[in-house]
Design a protein around this ligand. Structure first.
Ligand SMILES: [Zn+2]
Ligand SMILES: [Zn+2]
Ligand SMILES: [Zn+2]
Length: 276
């Protein structure tokens, strides 16, 4: 049960564990990683958003995935299962009170990952701010450097009107010339994020630059062990923030997701234990 003194991070963790616990078979659900995004306005921190990545050992195939959306719905969440995903995998999203969760079960792994986050919680005195469209660890792509995820023009703070020193009254802000319209960020057209740069075709056809051969991975005891190992490794940009997902082929376990700081695709492969 949560109380008024709990932090938003405590509430998120407790909510996710409450939904996940009845879904787990064997070991109870585990919190793989928790992290916080700081939201700034004109270089001042004005709020925070909290994230948690949980793993749930289910041992069941994706044919039982409807139990996941049912568990969220029973706890008062608005849950939706997404179809059209890769065969053998399942994905759902759930929302409640500004909390958002994505559930993912990879083919044959028996482990469900839950990536959840709170709404942006503003610091005292700044509660009147409207919520940014994105913070560093939400969505795909890179946070817009111009508006830091707010989606609004930070010169006029979304009003579309701007005071020019030496003149009386307010005039149109320069964002009126942007394609997204007055008050919106010109750089990202009000999206808050920008797509990761796509290499031009002539570069994609070049042979990949030689990378140092990674050391052979140890055989993990379970998909959960592989996930925990990957989640402990920072991206080359230094970030540990990642909504990891699991997948399995005949020979290996793959833990992958885009980095939530730089949008670089990240992936680790672990050999499967040899059957005996
Ligand atoms: Zn922007
Ligand atoms: Zn403006
Ligand atoms: Zn990164």
């Amino acid at each position: 049960m949560t109380t008024d003194t709990d932090t938003p991070a405590d509430r998120l963790r407790a909510e996710l564990l409450a939904v996940a616990s009845p879904l787990a078979v064997g070991r109870p659900p585990s919190v793989v990683r928790e992290w916080t995004d700081t939201q700034e306005l004109h270089d001042e921190p004005v709020g925070h958003r909290y994230f948690a990545l949980l793993a749930v050992e289910r041992g069941a195939g994706t044919e039982h995935f409807d139990e996941v959306t049912a568990a969220f719905a029973a706890a008062g969440w608005h849950a939706h299962r997404w179809t059209g995903h890769t065969e053998g995998t399942a994905r759902a999203s759930a929302k409640r009170d500004g909390f958002e969760v994505t559930a993912h079960q990879g083919r044959g792994t028996g482990v469900l990952t839950l990536s959840g986050h709170t709404p942006v919680v503003f610091v005292p005195g700044r509660e009147g701010l409207r919520r940014p469209l994105h913070t560093l660890s939400t969505g795909t792509g890179v946070l817009c450097t111009d508006c830091q995820g707010w989606g609004i023009c930070l010169i006029c703070e979304g009003t579309g009107r701007h005071h020019t020193p030496g003149r009386t009254g307010y005039g149109r802000c320069q964002c009126w010339g942007g394609q997204a319209g007055p008050g919106r960020c010109v750089d990202c057209a009000g999206q808050g994020r920008t797509a990761p740069p796509v290499p031009p075709p002539w570069r994609r056809q070049e042979p990949a630059p030689a990378e140092p051969t990674p050391p052979a991975e140890a055989v993990p005891a379970s998909a959960l062990d592989a996930l925990t190992t990957a989640a402990g490794r920072p991206c080359t940009c230094g970030s540990l923030s990642c909504h990891w997902q699991l997948a399995r082929t005949r020979t290996e376990l793959r833990v992958s997701a885009p980095c939530q700081s730089c949008a670089r695709p990240r992936s680790y492969s672990f050999p499967l234990p040899t059957p005996r």
